[in-house]
Design a protein around this ligand. Structure first.
Ligand code: ARG
Length: 455
């Protein structure tokens, strides 16, 4: 039984039926499909487009289907065309001819667009929770490590010491922007296509505002052609999801690097690492590698959706059925990766001693030696040149700036004094970066407080 069989003399080819079916993907929409259909039926009945009694029957039937699916008392035919047709078929089995009225003033084109928007808005609310959990874990650990220091890097070379808290909080703010982006997308997603019917609207006296209110949409779409064929919201979401994955991949990359014996700044928990079938000593950071690897899925989904929409004429085209494959791939990947990142952070152990050790003779205090000369009256360029020479000499002598004696230092400039040497302590170097947003513990504590206020 097809929703559109009347026009056709010959049956659809079996292979084509399988080729065009989307139920394996869109079955996920069942709950939102029921919700939007209930709202639509209520509106039709309220407007007198269908009789009150039929309206009641339809709504009851849809509730019953909800109950049946929730309790696995009824399952869809995996060969059916899509979930929308399957639900309508079940409604007919349950309530008889009244079921044939639910599709009045509606098309699958506005129905599927509405369902997808509703599904995504609900999924985003869950995703925001996942982001918040990762951020909460970062905050918790940052609080314990405002004085734990490690080399801050540029070009992956030791640059200036920073605190572990400062480093972790950098990711907090990335995820904060991700979260904002998703929140800001919600009003755009919650624009109701339903009532646009196939493409041109309908002659029935529908009340779209009522439907929007019933389902919890913030507004109704302005243009029916646009409404049934707009998939910007899918692409926008996949772009936001790509950004989250990019941020996760940077954190993963650092965890992978930092868990090597060369760094050993961190040890990942047994819960999220694996061994080798041949090398008994191995403990591999698979969780971080898998998250990093799965970035490809989400970027791929974004590219897939963009390409699918390119140059499509107005309005609905069947190409758009593919949107959900990309959307769900992106959604589920980013969701599980965030959950795994939370577990990874919860179970990791930071190695403060290793971080501290790596700062020895690393010259990440060189800027401070130059700043010292500037405070004593030299221009920064002159100071930079002189300290460059000090560093060069130290590299040759295989020692750090902090290992120099005063006479050794004064060979490079007479303005160097004991104060200059004292400033070479890495902990102090870090503590003096007091500018707003800097790595000094007091600034990082302020940062943490700001974060907690928004959290
Ligand atoms: N399964 C379809 C989709 O997801 C539903 C809309 C079909 N509309 C149509 N005119 N063939 O896009």
């Amino acid at each position: 039984m097809k929703l559109w069989g009347g026009r056709f003399a010959k049956p659809t080819a079996k292979d084509f039926e399988a080729f065009s079916s989307s139920i394996d993907v869109d079955a996920k929409l069942w709950a939102v499909d029921l919700k939007t259909s209930i709202a639509h039926a209520r509106m039709l009945s309220q407007q007198g487009i269908i009789g009150k009694e039929d309206g009641e029957k339809i709504i009851q039937g849809l509730h019953q289907i909800h109950e049946e699916i929730s309790n696995q008392k009824w399952t869809f035919d995996p060969k059916a065309e899509d979930i929308h047709g399957e639900i309508e078929k079940r409604l007919f089995e349950l309530i008889g001819p009244a079921a044939k009225k639910v599709h009045t003033a509606r098309s699958r084109n506005d129905q599927v667009a509405t369902d997808t928007r509703l599904y995504l808005s609900e999924a985003i609310r869950d995703l925001l929770q996942d982001l918040r959990s990762v951020q909460a874990e970062i905050l918790k650990q940052a609080k314990d490590h405002t004085t734990t220091i490690l080399p801050g890097m540029t070009h992956l070379q030791h640059a200036q010491p920073v605190s572990l808290a400062h480093h972790l909080m950098a990711y907090y703010w990335m995820f904060q922007r991700d979260s904002k982006r998703l929140q800001e997308s919600l009003p755009r997603i919650l624009s109701l296509p339903l009532g646009s019917a196939a493409l041109a609207g309908t002659g029935f006296p529908i009340d779209r505002q009522m439907t929007a209110k019933e389902i919890g949409f913030q507004k109704v779409s302005e243009n029916s052609l646009d409404a049934v064929s707009d998939r910007d919201f899918v692409i926008e979401f996949l772009s936001d999801a790509s950004m989250i994955m990019m941020h996760l991949s940077r954190l993963c990359e650092e965890l992978i690097l930092w868990s090597t014996p060369e760094f050993a700044f961190v040890e990942l928990g047994d819960e999220v690492t694996t061994g080798s079938s041949i090398m008994p000593q191995k403990k591999n950071p698979d969780v971080a590698e898998l998250i990093r690897g799965r970035v490809g899925r989400v970027y791929g989904a974004l590219m897939g959706a963009l390409t699918m929409m390119k140059a499509l004429p107005l309005s609905y085209n069947r190409d758009m059925q593919e949107d959900k494959i990309h959307l769900f791939e992106g959604l589920e990947t980013v969701q599980s990766c965030l959950q795994m990142m939370k577990l990874t952070l919860e179970t990791c152990q930071w190695n403060k001693e290793k971080m501290m050790k790596s700062l020895k003779a690393d010259f990440s205090n060189a800027t401070d030696l130059a700043d010292d000369l500037v405070l004593k009256g030299l221009s920064f360029r002159e100071a930079h040149e002189i300290v460059g020479q000090v560093v060069q000499a130290c590299v040759q002598a295989k020692k750090g700036l902090e290992d120099l004696t005063l006479p050794e230092l004064q060979k490079f400039h007479s303005l160097f004094d004991l104060e200059s040497l004292k400033k070479m302590n890495h902990q102090q170097v870090m503590s003096l970066r007091l500018s707003e947003g800097g790595t000094a513990p007091s600034q990082v504590e302020r940062q943490i407080q700001m974060a907690e206020k928004n959290h």
